[in-house]
Write a protein that binds this ligand. Structure first.
Ligand code: UTP
Length: 279
């Protein structure tokens, strides 16, 4: 069973400046809910109830969001607005939240390694909150799809999607042997390749399940592309020594780390989730 989930949220969110000058990118709202809360809800629906956050300077709002605000609850009691706090209060009551800091921005692999004390020695999930995912109709959430696969295969799993060839330079890209519908056993991974160097157009997005041996590998992984410690380099070692799966999830991803993706997600949620909830 996957019980823990790590959120690396130390990045500066420079693409959203000046909005992110004093506010974490993960607190930006998609309609009326912060981006990070959608990720926590997705994990909670997958049966994960212990959350770790790797934060950095200027991220205090994240800790406050996952803490009770007695003053606010007292203030709105009897005003008819209590329901607006129900979803976050339920999350706070039914899950635990722990925080640690990445002091230097040395890449996603380093951020995950920084979360080792919070994740311990069990397999765990990783969610990049700026990849906002919605499942295909009739399917579980994306992380629940992945935890079901983990229960079957017991190895690290990355979520992938097809991207246009001219976009491969933004992602880790995999090559793999097809196992069954949408599932590959990874044979190669390249971080942010130019189209001519990309082995496929299957790009890793921000959902991972990692077995805890990843920490030992990360601790001796040298900085790679961009001078950062890359999770793809550590995963490639895992893949070569054993097995790492890539799963083409059933659903849709919005790249909320970019302005265009963020606006698309906002429109989608407003039309398909927020308005439907109101009617
Ligand atoms: P990004 O590079 O996409 O996010 O990292 P960013 O740095 O926040 O945004 P921009 O590019 O400046 O606009 C992907 C994810 O990895 C985390 C980020 O918080 C983000 O969720 N990350 C990245 C860390 O936590 N630490 C790092 O050293 C690097």
């Amino acid at each position: 069973m996957i019980r823990k989930c790590l959120f690396p949220v130390a990045g500066y969110g420079t693409r959203f400046l000046p909005a992110t000058k004093a506010m974490p990118k993960e607190i930006l709202p998609i309609v009326n809910k912060p981006l990070v809360q959608y990720g926590v809800e997705e994990a909670s629906e997958a049966g994960v109830h212990e959350f770790g956050f790797v934060t950095g300077r200027g991220k205090r709002a994240l800790e406050d969001h996952f803490d009770i605000s007695f003053e606010l609850e007292h203030q709105i009691a009897g005003s008819g607005k209590e329901d607006l706090l129900t979803s976050i209060r339920d999350l706070i009551d039914n899950n635990s939240f722990a925080f640690t800091r990445q002091n230097e921005m040395k890449g996603l692999g380093h951020a995950i390694l920084t979360g080792q004390n919070l994740m311990g020695d069990s397999p765990f999930a990783v969610i990049l909150a700026d990849d906002f995912c919605v499942p295909e109709k009739g399917h579980d959430g994306v992380l629940a799809q992945m935890t079901a696969l983990y229960n079957q295969f017991r190895c690290s799993i990355v979520a992938i999607e097809e991207v246009p060839a001219d976009q491969t330079h933004k992602y880790g890209v995999i090559a793999g042997e097809p196992m069954k519908d949408g599932l590959y056993r990874i044979t190669d991974m390249v971080e942010k390749p130019n189209p001519e160097d990309a082995p496929t157009n299957l790009a890793i997005i921000g959902r991972y399940i990692l077995t805890p041996d990843i920490f030992e590998i990360l601790s001796r992984t040298e900085p790679g592309k961009g001078g950062e410690i890359q999770i793809t380099d550590a995963l490639l070692e895992q893949a070569k020594n054993g097995c790492v799966l890539a799963y083409q999830f059933k659903g849709r991803r919005f790249d909320c780390g970019s302005i265009d993706g963020f606006v698309e997600a906002t429109n989608y949620v407003y039309e398909n989730i927020y308005k439907e909830g109101k009617s």
